[in-house]
Design a protein around this ligand. Sequence first.
Ligand code: HPA
Ligand code: ZN
Length: 340
Amino acid sequence: MPYSLAMQTLIQNIRNIPKAELHMHIEGSLEPELIFALAKRNQVALPYASVEALRAAYAFTNLQSFLDIYYAGASVLLHEQDFYDMAMAYFERAHADNVIHTEIFFDPQTHTERGVAMNEVINGLHRACLDAKAKWDINALLILCFLRHLSEESALETLEAARPYRDKLIGVGLDSSEVGHPPEKFSRVFAMSRDLGLRVVAHAGEEGPPAYIWQALDDLKVERIDHGVRCLEDPALVARLAKERIPLTVCPLSNLKLCVTPDLRQHPLKKMLNAGLCATINSDDPAYFGGYMNANWEATFAALDLTMEDAVTLARNSFEAAFVDEATRTGYLAKLDAAF
Ligand code: HPA
Ligand code: ZN
């Protein structure tokens, strides 16, 4: 259905708002064309005959059905240059969507388990972050994610392997298969990460229950919750998240594609904003879920009939939730004010 004239005008305006993206897995920005180009460059065999065949496989029923294909796609990444090229392709898209600050998740265990050294991963991504600043004036930070389907021992080894690159990281996170892998499984590695001065976030309440959000807050002491949409099932949890202004990095097109919500018109974002939560919009795995930052904003605004006021709130929330010093935050908020 075509958008109303008013919605078309609103969408035009929200495209130009400066924003921060706080929930984006860089391996999830690998477009099929780049997967095939890297497979050729690195002589990696793919179980798909063509770009079209790969794209046709992007019909997901839940988180795990996506993760299986996502890890297969990441198998083409071998060298520093591959990580650099992947990140630069994302930054170009982010810049086009007026993303001025982005905090990128990466999954080192997906690569080190295949024999790729940590330095190839982090140096490639870090070099791209520097070039994104120089080329597009994007502030890009790196968040190392532990894979929760693996053991805490493996996460501890990963933290140890990343220690020489501590200064290239802003924080750590927790991702992959949620149900059956509660946050409390990672209490020690998160405590060690906090001791290193790393900021801490975790995926919780995407497919997992509200109890996982409580655990992420109390056991891991996270500063933001990734997804967190299932918090609405627990009024006491909503009250706490609102009172403590814990940001939630919501990913609407991801929730739609992974069947967390049956229809964007039933997406919980509006209820989350109405409950006074510090919710933000993000793309999660944009190459797999049908769009980058502005595609997420546009589809969500149209489906939930959000307003310009909501847009300002969402952009403000993204800057409030960013891991930056207060002077940088003030600068971002001034840019937001200047956009009106
Ligand atoms: N959830 C959990 N793990 C992930 C996701 C997600 O949405 N994307 C990439 N890894
Ligand atoms: Zn995610």
